[in-house]
Design a binder for this molecule. Structure first.
Ligand SMILES: CC(C)(COP(=O)(O)OP(=O)(O)OC[C@H]1O[C@@H](n2cnc3c(N)ncnc32)[C@H](O)[C@@H]1OP(=O)(O)O)[C@@H](O)C(=O)NCCC(=O)NCCS
Length: 155
């Protein structure tokens, strides 16, 4: 993500989150935080998704991720997250995120990537909804990949 992407990131964020959407200032502030890692997903030079992560001491906390409303359900969210996890896997041992308990599309996506629920955070959002804290441990992915390689070797 570069500063020239801020308008598009703002637009996608605003149309994705009815409460707790980010202001332009909040997005601009991310560029000044040393632990903030920012990605955009582009198609034909146009921003169609973004993700902001706080990477602190080997923990990658996904602060916000969204795909353009008109382009959801086509595998882009999964592709984007897989790329991000791959990109950060040497710098982060764990990925964490909070998700609204009612956000089933996102929860299904995270589960299918190997995230598990750590705990429920009561009244986490400003409208009183609970959050699920979810976690993905990179050593678990590596274990599964190694098991896959061992299985291949025997086939
Ligand atoms: C969550 C989000 C990023 C997923 O992106 P996407 O491009 O729509 O997701 P994909 O098409 O890659 O789908 C990946 C998986 O997510 C789940 N999923 C996606 N849309 C779904 C839906 N409408 N209902 C149920 N599950 C859904 C499925 O498990 C799907 O895998 P499958 O197609 O193999 O079943 C997108 O829905 C989004 O931007 N939502 C609004 C912002 C948001 O809620 N962000 C997360 C906050 S924690």
């Amino acid at each position: 993500m570069s500063e020239s992407d801020i308008n598009e990131v703002y637009r996608i964020n605003k149309s994705s989150f009815t409460t707790d959407a980010w202001s332009r200032d909040a997005i601009e502030r991310e560029f000044k935080l040393p632990y903030s890692v920012r990605f955009v997903l582009e198609s034909d030079g146009k921003v169609i998704g973004y993700c902001v992560i706080w990477l602190i001491k080997g923990e990658a906390f996904i602060m916000s991720i969204a795909i353009d409303k008109n382009l959801r359900g086509r595998g882009l969210g999964r592709y984007f997250m897989e790329k991000i996890i791959d990109d950060l896997r040497n710098r982060a041992q764990t990925f964490l995120l909070d998700v609204r308990k009612s956000n089933l599309p996102a929860i299904r996506l995270y589960r299918s990537l190997g995230f598990s629920i750590v705990k429920e955070r009561k009244k986490f959002y400003s409208d009183g909804e609970n959050a699920l804290l979810m976690e993905l441990r990179i050593d678990r992915i590596k274990e599964n990949e190694d098991k896959g390689k061992t299985a291949e070797a025997f086939n």
